[in-house]
Each structure stands twice: as C-alpha cells, then as structure tokens.
Design a binder for this molecule. Structure first.
Ligand code: AMP
Length: 188
C-alpha cells in the first residue's frame, strides 16, 4: 500500500519553497491546522496520479469536511475505506515522545531520546550521516495547540467512523512491536 501523509507533503512543499509551502509554514509552526481546501487538493492530486493498489492515509482526514471529501474522492476512483485505525495514547505520553524525537536529515531514519537515542558517535546507524533534525513544531507550545486542534476538530471523527462501522482502536501505549502487531491484526 502507498502511504499518503499530508504532513510529509506539506513539509516537502515548505522545503521546496513553493507558494503553497510559504503560506502553510507559519500555520504549521504554530500547531494550527492547514485549510481543508489545501489538504484535500493534495490528496486529490495523489489519488488521481496513482492507479490501483491500496492507500494508507496518515494524518488525514483531520476534520469532518476532509472526511466527507475523502469519501467522495474514493468513490470517484472506485475505492472504499476499509478501516480507520485510532491509536490511543494519553496526552502526557504523547508530549514526552514527540519532544524526544528526531530524524536523520539524510535517510529519514527515526530516533528518540527515550527509546532509541542518537548513537554516541553522532552518526546515523543506517547511513552514517551526522545531520539530525527535529521538527519545528515538536516543541511544547506548538504541541499544546496541536492537541487543542485535535480535540476541537479531529476527535469528532472517532464518532463519525464508528457510526460507519470502520473504526478500529489499538493501544498506542504498548511496546513498538506490539503496536505494529495490533495494527497488522486490524488490517488482516
Ligand atoms: P503531521 O506530520 O501529521 O503531524 O502534521 C504536521 C502539521 O501539518 C499539522 O500540525 C498541520 O499544521 C499540518 N497538517 C497535516 N495534515 C493535515 C490535515 N489533514 N489537515 C490540516 N492540517 C494538516
């Protein structure tokens, strides 16, 4: 399946300095949601450019308007939404994890100060590069706003997809391998 992450697409637009990237930069750094119009446009572009196979939507939809739009877009390409995975994590654990994470700027390998720290020699275990990056919005202030946006605009999607019979919940506080297993079971 192809992973479609709206966050990744928006960060890419920022890095490549497109007009849209410039518009969304401040919004993202503050921890606010980007407009529905922009993210629905991004997903629409990707769906129409890709034929066959399945998709994993990551960080999308995040509002009821996006969820309705996704339903319509999938219908157009003759696809259905098989399941929605809710990963349940309490806020304190989420903040602790997110403020500790970083990635290799060269290969994208993920690190976390708590469970997988950057090696003592300062080199990525995967590619040997020593350029580690943290997301500009992975700080406590932006995170507070991101959580607020989640409660106000995204959490209603739990009820929306429950009512459609596609919601599956997994315990996101378990060990990494156990979370992966739970997701595999849900998708099987
Ligand atoms: P993420 O990488 O999913 O944590 O997203 C990072 C940021 O990108 C979010 O805090 C929003 O500012 C923006 N973003 C990503 N996906 C969406 C979406 N579906 N709707 C609105 N904003 C989004």
């Amino acid at each position: 399946m192809i992973q479609l992450s709206t966050g990744d697409m928006l960060r890419e637009a920022r890095t490549s300095g497109t007009a849209m990237g410039k518009i969304v930069a401040d919004v993202m750094d503050r921890g606010d949601l980007v407009t529905d119009e922009i993210v629905i446009g991004l997903i629409e572009e990707k769906l129409s450019a890709t034929r066959g196979g399945g998709f994993i939507f990551d960080g999308f939809p995040r509002t009821l308007a996006q969820a309705d739009a996704l339903g319509e877009l999938l219908e157009k390409v003759d696809q259905t939404l098989d399941c929605v995975v809710e990963m349940q994590v309490d806020d304190d654990a989420l903040v602790a994890r997110i403020t500790a994470r970083s990635t290799c700027g060269n290969c994208g390998e993920g690190y976390n100060d708590l469970v997988k720290p950057i090696p003592a020699d300062g080199k990525c275990t995967n590619c040997g590069a020593s350029d580690f990056q943290r997301r500009a919005d992975d700080n406590e202030e932006s995170l507070k706003q991101r959580l607020m946006e989640y409660y106000k605009k995204t959490s209603p999607l739990i009820g929306y997809y429950y009512a459609k019979g596609v919601l599956r919940s997994v315990n996101g506080l378990a060990e990494i391998d156990d979370v992966a297993d739970s997701i595999s079971k849900v998708l099987a």
